[in-house]
Design a protein. Sequence first.
Length: 154
Amino acid sequence: YSQIDGLGSDSEVLIAFGALYNFHAVQDTRGICPTGWHVPTGEEWNNLIDFAGGINFAGGNLKSTRTEPDTHPRWDSPNEGAVDMYNFSALPGGERDGDGPIFGLGAWGCWWSSTIVNSTPPVPLHHVIFNNNEIIDSPPASYWDGFSIRCIKD
């Protein structure tokens, strides 16, 4: 929080941007989402991305238009292409490295899917939106990385 202008504690960051979870929380059988909701699959994310303009424009169409100098939660400038066309209001919660440090808060947001990519070794899939373009990326990640979770209704 000491690096975030306008937020004075860890609890203020949590309130503004939400928690970051590792993939083990996504896989936990107790369920990270409320009853009647679930972490979207890679296919569900792909459907959203296609609906929102494809990988080159979905990021801009899904991200919040809140940009500095607005108070948090908000995107760092330039927040390119942000129009929040579908009221998804994606916010840049950054990510937590498996070793503990949090980075990217304000500059990008990362969200888990429940999908594991069949590679060697198998890796979980997440989605990233950046402040400096309209793209949404879907790279594999480490089980220990911390990302946001956006639950969807069953």
